[in-house]
Ligand binder design. Structure first.
Ligand code: C2E
Ligand code: MG
Ligand code: MG
Ligand code: MG
Length: 293
């Protein structure tokens, strides 16, 4: 009996392993045509001024509508794109589309807010990123202050001359750099000081472990906030889902936050509806009732 179960478990395991590698194979192959097929879409997650609910900006998050696999998360396909180097092409697509979107919002009369784009370390290691960004900004006639680039600590760890120079050139264009997922990597204060980002994004893992019984996370977050203030950096808290977390962030003067409590990442259309009033109220989605988007 035990033997039989063991065997079934093994079959299940090897089947799921097969599916995983099959899916990887298919995604890898289909990714090459996904731009031409218009399967990518950019979603926007509002970045909210903690004290007021005002929408200060948004993060652009890519989505892939795959014909057979449905919605594929960037957490799944970006690592593949980094391996096969399509991340450059996809990254350029995101940059161009965000610039075009900003132009369209400007033409429609919306007050522009900065949009943050995620860039992978691989993108920063290749020549030409600065030119692509500069070219798109000028083509759509958008001031550089409306673009932010989010990089992770891993990028800094590479600490290659190339990466540092690229970041320096981007900042000279007037683009702000945000340090994403702060606290999850081998973040050290040395990097903060040397690299001096404009914005620090505290990773959602910290925010989500914030609760009344957990004073240690609270201590870490308030120290990061204090440090950032001293270094004149802006802080955005990621993954805010609970009113209590928001309260803590308000009390500790964290300038901005992002999370399901205000909004999930939403389509362009939904984001435009939010821009009409320009602010959001915190509201916790009911359990078992997934938000519309
Ligand atoms: P990230 O840059 O740290 O983005 C935040 C992720 O947290 C997003 O996942 C977002 O949907 C999710 N999130 C936001 N608020 C909450 C919350 O309150 N609770 C929880 N549990 N999650 C929340 P998403 O969109 O699946 O993106 C995953 C990662 O994929 C991103 O992490 C980023 O590293 C990468 N990524 C997304 N778009 C792009 C892109 O255009 N280019 C590159 N290179 N990477 C991208
Ligand atoms: Mg912002
Ligand atoms: Mg990000
Ligand atoms: Mg993050």
């Amino acid at each position: 009996r035990a033997k039989q179960l063991g065997k079934n478990n093994y079959q299940l395991y090897s089947m799921s392993k097969d599916i995983t590698s099959y899916k990887k194979f298919v995604l890898e192959k289909d990714m090459r045509k996904a731009i031409e097929n218009e399967e990518f879409e950019i979603y926007f997650q509002p970045q909210i001024e903690t004290g007021t609910g005002i929408i200060k900006g948004a993060e652009a998050l890519i989505r892939w509508h795959h014909a057979d696999w449905g919605l594929v998360s960037p957490g799944e396909f970006i690592p593949l794109a980094e391996e096969n180097h399509l991340v450059h092409k996809i990254g350029h697509w995101v940059i161009e589309n965000v610039c075009r979107q900003l132009r369209s919002w400007k033409d429609q009369g919306f007050t522009l807010r900065p949009i943050a784009i995620n860039v992978s370390p691989i993108q920063l290691m290749k020549k030409g990123l600065v030119d692509v960004v500069a070219k798109q900004l000028s083509h759509y006639d958008i001031p550089a202050k409306y673009l932010e680039l989010e990089i992770t600590e891993g990028t800094l760890l590479k600490s290659e001359k190339m990466v540092l120079n690229t970041l320096k050139d981007l900042r000279e264009l007037g683009i702000k750099i945000a340090l994403d997922d702060f606290g999850t990597g081998f973040s050290s204060l040395i990097y903060l000081k040397e690299f001096n980002p404009d914005i620090i994004k505290i990773d959602k893992a910290f925010i989500q472990s914030l609760n009344a019984e957990n004073n240690r996370e609270a201590a870490i977050i308030s120290s990061v906030l204090h440090l950032a203030k001293g270094l004149d950096m802006k802080v955005i808290a990621e993954g805010v889902e609970e009113h209590s977390q928001l309260e803590f962030l308000k009390q500790n003067e964290c300038g901005e936050c992002q999370g399901y409590l205000f909004s999930k990442p939403v389509s362009r259309k939904t984001f435009e509806q939010m821009l009409v009033t320009g602010y959001l109220k915190p509201s916790k989605p009911k359990p078992h009732m997934p938000a519309k988007e």
